[in-house]
Design a protein around this ligand. Structure first.
Ligand code: UDP
Ligand code: MG
Length: 139
């Protein structure tokens, strides 16, 4: 059975462009509730660790620089079928390919600077949530 929780980050480009509120509104309107949330910034080391699965990819260095370049909002979200439904809400990695009405279609600048992160599996949602939050910070 699919899980009820996923993990998201509002990425530096969307924070910089003043869209935290707009994106949280879309998340809320889509039926997700917030179980933990913080405004924070990843160090280069923490960004490297978070994206370690992509370490061999050509875009890894740029991704780490971007994700550590400014503040982010990290949050754990709850809804039935959370992982899959949140991926649908955010749209494809590249906003040029994202469906109309998705968060990335509306707010992402490019495939690299793409406004939001969404976990790709229940297992990764748990790992990523625990990367950012202590158990006593999660409702
Ligand atoms: N990314 C990039 N270039 C690419 C693919 C990915 O810069 O060709 C960045 C982008 O910010 C993306 C992140 O690396 O969100 C993680 O990539 P992934 O394939 O996991 O995409 P996502 O799951 O975020 O849609
Ligand atoms: Mg991914």
């Amino acid at each position: 059975m699919s899980g009820k929780r996923t993990f998201t980050m509002i990425k530096p480009d969307a924070v910089e462009s003043g869209n935290i509120g707009n994106i949280l509104q879309m998340i809320s309107n889509a039926g997700f509730s917030i179980k933990a949330m913080k405004f924070t910034q990843l160090s280069e080391e923490r960004a490297k660790a978070f994206y370690a699965v992509h370490a061999e990819r050509p875009f890894y260095g740029k991704l780490v620089d971007y994700m550590s370049s400014g503040p982010i909002v990290a949050a754990i979200l709850e809804k039935d079928n959370a992982v899959e439904d949140f991926r649908t809400l955010i749209g494809s990695t590249d906003p040029a390919e994202a469906a109309e009405g998705t968060i990335r279609k509306i707010y992402a600048e490019s495939k690299g600077r793409n406004a939001v992160h969404g976990s790709d599996s229940d297992e990764n949602a748990k790992i990523e949530g625990e990367f950012h939050f202590y158990a006593n910070e999660v409702i």
